[in-house]
Design a protein around this ligand. Sequence first.
Ligand SMILES: NC(=O)c1ccc[n+]([C@@H]2O[C@H](COP(=O)([O-])OP(=O)(O)OC[C@H]3O[C@@H](n4cnc5c(N)ncnc54)[C@H](OP(=O)(O)O)[C@@H]3O)[C@@H](O)[C@H]2O)c1
Length: 337
Amino acid sequence: MQNIFETVDSIVVSKLSLDSVDYTTKPSGFSIETLKDDEFIAKVLYTPISDYSIHEIKGHFPTTKIPYTPGFEATGEIAAGKSEKVKSLIGKKVSFKVNIGAWQNYTIGSLRQAIVYEDGVDLKKASAACYVNPLTVAGMLELIKKNNPKAIINTGAGSSIGRMLYQGCKSLNVEVVNIVRNKQKAETLKKELGAEHVLSTEDVESFRTEFQNVAAKLQATVCFECVGGSITGVIFNALPPNSTLYVYGTLSGQDISGVNGVQVRWANKKIKGYLAYTWFEKLTEDERNRVHSFISQNLNTIFSANIQGEFPLSQTKEAIEHFSKDMSAGKVILIPQ
Ligand SMILES: NC(=O)c1ccc[n+]([C@@H]2O[C@H](COP(=O)([O-])OP(=O)(O)OC[C@H]3O[C@@H](n4cnc5c(N)ncnc54)[C@H](OP(=O)(O)O)[C@@H]3O)[C@@H](O)[C@H]2O)c1
């Protein structure tokens, strides 16, 4: 049978540099015959740019192999499948995790890691949240329920995840100490979220004192940290006793430093990693379905995200430039069709 998905219009990175983001037509490498039972071929209608993808293109992760197509999530329409189950969903709108590159006009997903929307969903709105960020926040909310803190702390708080986490905590009546990297961003976020506690790390000495006071007052003993570098140590050392700091990102690209051993021993503080995929993989099928429904039911509340720019796939370089100027202003989405 002829493979109608023989080629794809795609972004290919052949050198780890932002100059090497090329729009091209390449062999897709997939066909209906080679799909697994729960896999589908999807028409990609929207796919976001993320800070992670930019770091990856710049070569900041040792495991990146070139040439490759970036992007790890997409929103689109199920176009083909091999199993009867998938065939019955052709035409359905989905947001899904992508392992073979999302920045192309067709790609592959699996039902295990896909939110299948009800007909009539506002798909562009859904594409702003897409898949990985709401999944990450859903897992964080489960961790919060398990640890039961009075308040939590989050860094990189102007990010899409930061905003979702704030709204999710509000729904659980858990206070959030939001931390961003400069004073102007702190003012903007305070207004946009209507949040009480937004701190800036711009002046580290005053941040340290202010943070220690507010974390102690609110008994904020769970911290989600995604910046890395020396600020992780500053935050860790100032946490209340018996706190846990979850490392979930490395926005600065720097190793964590400055952790005080006395705080680890005598104040019984812990540093743990948090990866949404690890949490999600351990769930049963029913639990995974419940997480997907929770996300699709809360697209207009907890998981509502802003779109600051839309670009055709052929203008991916411009889209990255636009996003890099202000990553807290909302998602920039690529439109490959
Ligand atoms: N562990 C997991 O399972 C998991 C899953 C998904 C994502 N993540 C991580 O979660 C983080 C947020 O992702 P996202 O998609 O929500 O982000 P996003 O919406 O793309 O926004 C990026 C944010 O990072 C901030 N930022 C960039 N560099 C920074 C630095 N050096 N110091 C402080 N802030 C910085 C930006 O603030 P400015 O406005 O100040 O530039 C912006 O608010 C990323 O680190 C990502 O890798 C983790």
